[in-house]
Design a protein around this ligand. Structure first.
Ligand SMILES: Cc1cc2nc3c(=O)[nH]c(=O)nc-3n(C[C@H](O)[C@H](O)[C@H](O)COP(=O)(O)OP(=O)(O)OC[C@H]3O[C@@H](n4cnc5c(N)ncnc54)[C@H](O)[C@@H]3O)c2cc1C
Ligand code: FES
Length: 254
């Protein structure tokens, strides 16, 4: 069950020009989130922007909630201007979480999708073969921490400025071709843009791997009321904020 609460900003640190790490101190008791769950967070101290924005839990330490975010549009730009001591309305934790892995697993992150997978890799330290792709090296954030948490890290950038040049799904395909099936992790966890997830669903289906992905639809309410975040699944239309955000990729109609 989620809760509405007020939280005070205790950190809103720039990692580079596009990415920031927000740390919130809730002012009342909160429920402990599970990796994959998210929060709807107010992004301005006045009523503009009116709608809260969804952010995945990145880490929780001593009841402090951290979120890794990319500055994209109005809401995240407004959030990036806020300072320590500012107070925000928050709803969460929301949605379902990543299912427990059975031993080592593969994590595939596209861009800011790494935020959602960080909490998962922190819970299952050194069990992840992490495949992390982005447009360029500046968009591969928190790399040292990602390397520290994972068993092995594979990087790619579209412009070749770090890791292999190309798509992270191509890196994964090479890995699966190199490693004999008996030695491969059987589960894949992913978060990133839809084209990446669609390509991943084809790879995992043809390789016989199970794959769970966190879907990032636009959200207005985050609590299942507005039906603005629907995704087509084999079982009909589902709300990403309520029945997700984590889905078995086999269930999604891409
Ligand atoms: C469950 C969930 C968890 C998320 N976790 C994180 C996170 O941990 N860190 C993070 O940086 N972002 C996360 N996002 C995406 C984040 O919510 C959006 O980037 C944010 O709402 C954009 O708000 P804005 O007002 O700045 O941009 P807007 O002005 O609303 O839009 C700017 C641009 O971003 C695109 N955009 C807006 N919302 C989304 C979305 N939900 N998915 C994809 N593109 C979008 C728009 O199409 C537009 O091109 C998550 C989204 C969901 C649904
Ligand atoms: S965002 Fe309103 S139903 Fe999902």
């Amino acid at each position: 069950m989620y809760k509405f609460f007020t939280a005070e900003i205790i950190g809103n640190t720039s990692l580079n020009t596009c990415f920031k790490l927000l740390t919130l101190q809730p002012l009342s008791e909160i429920r402990i989130p599970q990796p994959g769950q998210f929060y709807m967070i107010q992004t301005g101290t006045a009523c503009d922007p009116l709608l809260k924005r969804p952010f995945s839990i990145y880490s929780i330490q001593e009841n402090r909630l951290s979120f890794l975010y990319r500055i994209r549009g109005k809401g995240t730009s407004s959030l990036s201007q806020l300072r320590e001591g500012d107070r925000l309305q928050v709803i969460g934790p929301l949605g379902n979480s990543y299912p427990e892995p059975d031993g080592d697993f593969i994590a595939v992150a596209g861009g800011i999708g790494i935020a959602s997978l960080f909490a998962f890799m922190s819970k299952y330290r050194r069990q992840a073969y992490l495949f992390y792709g982005a447009q360029n090296k500046d968009e591969l954030v928190m790399l040292d921490a990602a390397r520290e948490l994972s068993k092995e890290t594979f990087l790619s950038t579209c412009d070749g400025s770090d890791g292999c040049k190309g798509l992270i799904t191509d890196e994964l395909r090479d890995f699966l071709n190199r490693v004999i099936p008996a030695r491969r992790p059987a589960q894949v966890y992913a978060c990133g843009p839809v084209p990446m997830l669609r390509a991943l669903s084809e790879i995992t289906r043809s390789s016989g791997l199970s794959c769970y992905s966190s879907m990032e639809e636009h959200m207005a309410c985050g609590i299942g009321a507005c039906l603005g975040c629907m995704v087509k699944t084999v079982g009909g239309q589902k709300r990403v904020c309520k029945e997700g955000p984590v889905f078995n990729v086999e269930d999604i109609i891409w």
